[in-house]
Design a protein around this ligand. Structure first.
Ligand SMILES: *[C@@H]1O[C@H](CO)[C@@H](O)[C@H](O)[C@H]1NC(C)=O
Ligand SMILES: *[C@@H]1O[C@H](CO)[C@@H](O)[C@H](O)[C@H]1NC(C)=O
Ligand SMILES: *[C@@H]1O[C@H](CO)[C@@H](O)[C@H](O)[C@H]1NC(C)=O
Length: 234
């Protein structure tokens, strides 16, 4: 087993016993359009299908996991070390990239920072948990004890994407604000010892350059809106 996946977590004085590296995918055997598709980290969001935005280490430009998503946890909570409820991307960059929910979407932090949500605040870090699911007959990831929804979303530049949202947000079942279709699913986790990428791409939101430029340090600069769509070049 390669030990390179967890250095970011080890640096945070995590209790290592329960944390494992996993590749997440969709389980819903009555929804063939999404069943068994991979859950992929893409520019700050988790999308159903396609390939991940993994960025290789400088010394290893052809790294084999660049197209796949490795997540790692559960580890000690950033805000309550007594709880083992946080999940991170499995990367080798020591700053790590934490997984969280913001604005009803599953997201991950900017690379090369330890900032969760930036100036917008109110990110929800968990609790995430790993359970055995009787229906899927496998290991699954849950958020606040619940499963997930795959929701279609649209913007002009990226077209239609299917992004991952918590099935239950607060006390209510999520309904997509624009009436795009959401399909509930269980997120199955397959243990992996694949080598980790350096980090996963997430471009700094355009407005943060003005409000909090320090958040955008140390990463590839891209012009994107808060919803992940690109800003037209001037
Ligand atoms: C990632 O690339 C490898 C070959 O480099 C391929 O075997 C694998 O199927 C790809 N995975 C995805 C999710 O596209
Ligand atoms: C964590 O546990 C310790 C020892 O039981 C306790 O003193 C501390 O208040 C707990 N912290 C939180 C945030 O609950
Ligand atoms: C699968 O999707 C259907 C809708 O297509 C939904 O009714 C059902 O609850 C989902 N199953 C799971 C296990 O999430």
């Amino acid at each position: 087993m390669r030990s390179s996946i967890l250095p970011a977590l080890a640096a945070m004085a995590v209790t290592a016993e329960a944390a494992k590296a996993y590749i997440p995918s969709v389980w819903n055997n009555t929804a063939p359009a999404i069943h068994t598709q991979l859950v992929q980290a893409k520019n700050g969001f988790f999308e159903v299908g396609g390939v991940a935005d993994g960025i290789c280490q400088d010394y290893n430009p052809g790294c084999p996991s660049a197209n796949s998503t490795i997540i790692s946890g559960p580890v000690s909570s950033k805000y309550d070390g007594n709880k083992t409820t946080d999940f991170w991307l499995g990367i080798t960059d020591p700053k790590g990239q934490q997984i969280y929910v913001y604005d009803q979407k599953l997201m991950y932090t900017l690379p090369r920072t330890n900032v969760v949500s930036g100036p917008e605040g109110n990110a929800i870090n968990g609790p995430f948990s790993v359970d055995y699911d009787d229906l899927a007959q496998g290991t699954v990831l849950r958020f606040q004890g619940n499963d997930w929804a795959a929701c279609k979303t649209f913007n002009v530049r990226q077209g239609i994407r299917t992004i991952v949202q918590p099935l239950v947000y607060g006390s209510s079942l999520w309904e997509n604000a624009f009436g795009w279709e959401c399909t509930p699913f269980k997120m199955t986790l397959e243990e992996t010892d694949a080598p980790a990428v350096d980090h996963y791409r997430r471009d700094c939101p355009f407005q943060w350059l003005n409000t909090s430029p320090e958040l955008c340090m140390g990463q590839t600069w891209g012009l994107v809106n808060a919803d992940g769509s690109c800003v037209a070049p001037a």
